[in-house]
Design a protein around this ligand. Structure first.
Ligand SMILES: Cc1ncc(COP(=O)(O)O)c(C=O)c1O
Length: 418
């Protein structure tokens, strides 16, 4: 069988492509330069003196069909602001996913609450509603869902659980701009939606974020929290509660406004490329295209695939990368295994809020906590998607997968066969 296979680049054969896929450098142009020039010339770089942050908030709220959009300085700041909007007591619990950027978790810890990890759906790698419900206790103050890789979590089921228990749902859409389910946008289904505009995201202004909600009281609290809890509509200057300076500045907003105008096209370009890749790899042995939620349309921040049991995803990713198509394997290790949580490296040596008078139970952050996620990540390969991918780029990605996978089929070797 091996004699018939094309020699892999990882073993010295000719690679599928020698030029890098577009996407390492994000698309930026004259529109951004003009927008930045306008801000510089205005002499107002801060949100309170300028107009761009306010304009971005209005435009974002309009595109998402929500009442309030509050711009902040990062996706982590958005997630932290969302938790602060809920205002948990120290030791209260927030159910979330172990498969995300740590920015999802930061705000929980900084509000002295405790992340409780639920297990994941084996296809979407987003929270499994059954596991979420099993983790609810009288201390649960929120469910923080991540729409991973641009795909949708089972948000309707999770929202229904939240409603039944009186627990608000926060949607972390850092990876899921304009992702939708049955025509409704991710971020508008729970009580609060959070977005990131960091350099890797669909809408990119270097660093930035957004919080959306339809609730007036929550929105007011968000605005205050992200601005040192300074009620600027009052005559006297003071902080109403413990807040942060998470203000976005005018330069970031000016760039984000340009990105927002291109966002729909950006997402449809990603969808077109991924559809083409999916078509190109359909039916290939050894690899599966994950199922998505019924009615869901991903915005494809990342393309993820599962290799068959017994195939080493690291070796597949290495072989694809050598072909000029830079895949990674396994994504993040479960967040509960990271030293910050495993060793409770939080505030000095206190370990707060774990193991403190504010909670009466132990949190066992150890491997094995979320077995579905742990098992599935052993089959996961993934690649960052970019809106600049052409049909030819998509075809190269599919061709690389078609070339590489047969090498992993005979006896399911851990290394690519020569
Ligand atoms: C799901 C998710 N949440 C939160 C964040 C944090 O965003 P930021 O890097 O803008 O702080 C990220 C960043 O990658 C993310 O992917």
């Amino acid at each position: 069988m091996n004699g018939k296979l094309e020699s892999l680049a990882v073993n010295g054969g000719a690679p599928i492509r020698t030029t890098p896929l577009p996407g390492h450098d994000r698309l930026m142009g004259q529109d951004e330069i003009d927008a930045l020039t306008e801000v510089i010339q205005s002499g107002q770089l801060g949100r309170h003196g300028g107009t761009k942050v306010k304009e971005l908030e209005r435009a974002f709220a309009e595109r998402y069909g929500v009442k309030h959009a509050i711009a902040v300085s990062s996706g982590s700041a958005a997630d932290h602001t969302a938790v602060a909007m809920i205002d948990p007591e120290p030791g209260d619990e927030i159910i979330t996913t172990p498969c995300s950027d740590f920015g999802t978790i930061l705000g929980i810890l900084f509000q002295n609450a405790i992340p409780v990890f639920a297990d994941l759906d084996p296809e979407t790698l987003c929270l499994d509603p059954v596991s979420v419900e099993a983790k609810i206790t009288p201390r649960t103050k929120a469910i923080l869902v991540v729409h991973l890789f641009g795909g949708l979590a089972d948000i309707d089921a999770i929202k229904a659980i939240g409603d039944r228990h009186g627990i608000p749902v926060i949607e972390d859409c850092a990876q899921a701009q304009l992702s939708e389910i049955d025509g409704r946008l991710a971020g508008t289904i729970g009580q609060i939606g959070c977005f990131s505009f960091n350099n890797t995201k669909h809408l990119n202004c270097g660093e930035g974020g957004m919080v959306v909600t339809n609730d007036d009281a929550l929105a007011r609290r968000a605005r205050l929290f992200a601005d040192k809890a300074w009620p600027r509509d009052e005559d006297e200057r003071y902080s109403l509660f413990l807040g942060q300076n998470y203000r976005m500045n005018e330069l970031e907003a000016a760039v984000a406004l340009v990105g927002l105008r291109r966002l729909d096209e950006n997402v449809s370009d990603r969808r077109r490329a991924i559809e083409r890749i999916h078509e190109g790899i359909g039916g290939i042995d050894g690899i599966t295209i994950p199922e998505s939620m019924a009615g869901a349309r991903s915005s494809y921040w990342i393309l993820h695939l599962f290799v068959d049991d017994g195939i080493d995803p690291g070796a597949v990713a290495e072989a694809l990368t050598a072909e000029g198509v830079p895949f990674g394997a396994r994504y993040v290790t479960p967040l509960y295994t990271w030293p910050v949580l495993r060793d409770a490296n939080t505030y000095g040596t206190s370990g707060f809020p774990f193991d403190s008078p504010y909670t009466d139970r132990a949190f066992d952050y150890a491997p094995g906590l979320c077995p579905v996620f742990e098992r599935r990540r052993e089959r996961l390969i993934l690649i960052s998607v970019d809106e600049q991918w052409t049909d030819e780029d998509a075809d190269d990605i599919a061709a690389a997968i078609r070339k590489v996978m047969p090498h992993f089929l005979s006896g399911h070797t851990r290394r690519a066969s020569m």
